[in-house]
Design a protein around this ligand. Structure first.
Ligand SMILES: Nc1ncnc2c1ncn2[C@@H]1O[C@H](COP(=O)(O)OP(=O)(O)OP(=O)(O)O)[C@@H](O)[C@H]1O
Ligand SMILES: [Mg+2]
Length: 208
């Protein structure tokens, strides 16, 4: 393979994420200790562990926000440690950070458009609002929403660039059982939709 050839697309390898012997140390503290796993297209993968287990560190390495100190990780065939690959990964992933917060005084719709403006292509805010079941709250300020509804705004924001893979860091923490089920229901709906090889909202179709 020539050096300039792009890595295999997920459709070809079906491996969306590949992690091998990944580790991260902060000084003497080993936050991630040689973990390996891989994820296939259409898979919803949940990473469980107590506080401080290294979940956020691992996810943020996959999002190219932190550098690993050992091992290898690939997202959509791109290497998280290669500078030239990092921009490609960022374009194609969706992220809901553990400490997600939107702009308090903007409405649901304004927030989605605000975050969407960071990307070259953004999906239609109204379609995303429909997808996460927030039609009634479209024009409500973010600060007035309950915790569960705020998480749904976060989910919509994580999809605004029509990503091929989405990383959700503790999307249901602090929610009551019903709100948790609602959030997981949205995730399952998204998974099925994407497995049908459609864009999240049918607004923009990409041939991956
Ligand atoms: N920027 C940092 N500098 C130094 N140590 C860090 C840093 N970020 C995380 N750590 C340490 O790395 C370890 C893993 O932290 P991490 O946040 O990845 O865990 P987590 O599994 O996401 O925990 P939680 O369930 O509380 O979110 C912890 O010991 C933490 O103190
Ligand atoms: Mg965490």
């Amino acid at each position: 393979m020539s050096k300039d050839q792009p890595p295999p697309l997920p459709g070809q390898s079906d491996k969306i994420v590949q992690v091998e012997n990944l580790s991260k140390k902060y000084g003497d503290n080993i936050a991630v200790n040689g973990i390996s796993f891989s994820l296939t297209k259409g898979e919803v993968f949940a990473f469980l562990g107590p506080n401080g287990a290294g979940k956020t560190t691992t996810v943020e390495i996959l999002e190219c926000l932190r550098n690993p100190t050992g091992g290898q990780a690939k997202v959509l065939g791109y290497d998280v440690s290669k500078r030239s690959d990092q921009a490609e990964i960022r374009k194609r992933i969706g992220v809901l950070p553990q400490d997600f917060n939107a702009i308090d005084r903007l409405t649901v719709r304004e927030n989605i458009n605000y975050f969407g403006a960071m990307f070259k292509h953004q999906l239609d805010a109204d379609k995303l609002i429909e997808l996460v079941d927030l039609k009634d709250k479209r024009d409500e300020q973010f600060k007035k929403l309950s915790g569960g509804l705020k998480q749904r705004v976060g989910l919509a924001v994580s999809l605004v660039n029509d990503p091929d893979v989405v990383f959700l860091d503790e999307p249901t923490t602090g929610l009551d059982p019903r709100a948790r089920r609602d959030v997981w229901g949205v995730v399952e709906r998204l998974r099925r939709h994407r497995l049908d090889n459609r864009s999240w909202t049918d607004n923009r179709v990409r041939d991956t």
